[in-house]
Design a binder for this molecule. Structure first.
Ligand SMILES: [Zn+2]
Ligand SMILES: [Zn+2]
Ligand SMILES: [Zn+2]
Length: 336
C-alpha cells in the first residue's frame, strides 16, 4: 500500500492519472453519439487512419499528437463524405481507407529506420511515458470535446436520433454530422496515448453500452457513460500500477479496456432484469386480458413490502407473483 502511495507521488504517475481522467470523460461523451447513430466502429476506423498521422509526425520530427489530429480529422471528414454517398460502395471505400491508414503508417515509420517500438507507443498506448506537454495538449483537446458534446447535446442528439425529423425541424444535419466526425477524430488523438489507437474505440463504446443497460434518458446515458469511462481508465491505470509493484508486467491500455468490459459484464444481467421489470410495469391493454379468478394458495396477503412487485392499476394495486399480476378483491384474487 505504501509503495502504491509512493508511486502515486511520482510526477510521471500523476501525469498518467490526469491523462486517464480526461480520456475517460471525453471518449464516452462522443461515443454516446456514435452509438446512437449506429457508428460504434467509426472510432476504430479513425484510429487506423491516425496511424499514418503519427508516422508522419515521427518521420518529420513534428509532434505526433498534432500530425495525428490533422490526419484523423481529415480521415473523419472523408469517412463522413463516403458515408453520405450511400451504402453500396461505402463499406469498401471505408475498408480501403482503414487499411491504407494502417499500412501507410507502418510503412512510413519503417522508412525512417525506426523500430516498431516508437510506433507501438501509439498503437497500444503508453500513458506512463506521457510528457508534460502532451498532458496539456490532451487536457485542452478533451475539454473542447466535452464542451461540444454537452453544449450541443440537444442538436447533436436530435440529428443522431432522427435525421429526417431534424432536417424538417431546420437543423443543418450535415454540419452537425461533420462536427461529430471531427470530435470523434480529436477524441481518438486524446485517447491515443491512454489506450492506444487499436483499442481507442473500446473506450468510446463500451462505457456507453454499459450505461445503456440501466439508463433510459439520453442525459443519464451520456453522464453515466462519462462516469464509467473515468472509473475504467483511472481504475485500469491504478490496477496496472499495483500489478507492476508486484513485478507483474501489465500494460495500462489493455487493463483499462478489460476493466470497462468487466463493468459491462456486471451491468448486462442487471439490464436484463430492469427491462423485465419495466415490461411488467406496463399496463396491460384494457379488455385484452379479462380478470380471472385465481384460487392459488397464498401464505400471506399482498401488501407494501410483501416482497412482490407492486404495480399501480386504476383504483387498486396489482402484485406480480409467479409470472402473473393479480390483486386482492373482496377476499379473492383477480388475475389481470
Ligand atoms: Zn405478495
Ligand atoms: Zn388490477
Ligand atoms: Zn400472489
Amino acid at each position: 500500500m505504501n509503495e502504491l502511495i509512493e508511486l502515486l507521488e511520482r510526477p510521471f504517475m500523476q501525469r498518467a492519472i490526469i491523462a486517464a481522467l480526461v480520456t475517460g470523460l471525453a471518449a464516452p461523451a462522443i461515443g454516446t453519439y456514435l452509438v446512437q447513430r449506429r457508428l460504434a466502429l467509426m472510432g476504430d476506423g479513425i484510429g487506423h487512419v491516425a496511424v499514418t498521422g503519427v508516422a508522419i509526425g515521427l518521420l518529420t520530427g513534428a509532434s505526433p499528437t498534432w500530425t495525428a489530429v490533422l490526419i484523423a480529422v481529415a480521415g473523419a471528414v472523408l469517412i463522413e463524405i463516403i458515408r453520405e454517398r450511400g451504402r453500396t460502395n461505402g463499406d469498401v471505400a471505408l475498408a480501403l481507407l482503414f487499411y491504407g491508414g494502417l499500412a501507410g503508417g507502418i510503412f512510413i515509420s519503417g522508412l525512417d529506420g525506426q523500430t516498431t517500438s516508437s510506433m507501438g507507443r501509439y498503437l497500444f498506448g503508453s500513458i506512463t511515458t506521457i510528457s508534460e506537454g502532451d498532458v496539456l495538449i490532451t487536457m485542452g483537446l478533451a475539454a473542447v470535446v466535452i464542451a461540444f458534446c454537452l453544449g450541443l447535446a440537444p442538436q447533436l442528439f436530435a440529428v443522431a436520433q432522427d435525421t429526417e425529423f431534424a432536417q424538417v425541424a431546420g437543423l443543418r444535419v450535415r454540419v452537425y454530422n461533420v462536427i461529430v466526425a471531427v470530435l470523434a477524430a480529436v477524441t481518438v488523438t486524446v485517447a491515443m496515448r491512454t489506450v492506444g489507437l487499436l483499442l481507442v474505440s473500446a473506450l468510446m463504446v463500451v462505457p456507453v453500452a454499459t450505461s445503456q443497460q440501466f439508463s433510459r434518458s439520453f442525459r443519464t446515458t451520456i453522464l453515466a457513460a462519462m462516469l464509467l469511462g473515468t472509473l475504467a481508465s483511472v481504475g485500469g491505470l491504478l490496477g496496472a500500477a499495483s500489478a507492476s509493484l508486484a513485478d507483474v508486467n501489465v500494460q495500462p491500455g489493455p487493463t483499462i479496456v478489460l476493466v470497462a468490459l468487466a463493468c459491462y459484464a456486471v451491468a448486462w444481467p442487471i439490464g436484463i432484469w430492469l427491462r423485465h421489470r419495466a415490461r411488467l410495469r406496463e399496463p396491460f391493454p384494457e379488455g385484452v386480458v379479462a380478470p380471472e379468478r385465481c384460487d392459488e394458495e397464498h401464505d400471506h396477503v399482498h401488501g407494501p413490502g410483501c416482497g412482490h412487485l407492486a404495480v399501480p392499476h386504476e383504483d387498486h394495486v396489482d402484485y406480480v407473483h409467479d409470472g402473473h399480476r393479480h390483486a386482492v378483491h373482496e377476499g379473492h384474487y383477480d388475475e389481470h
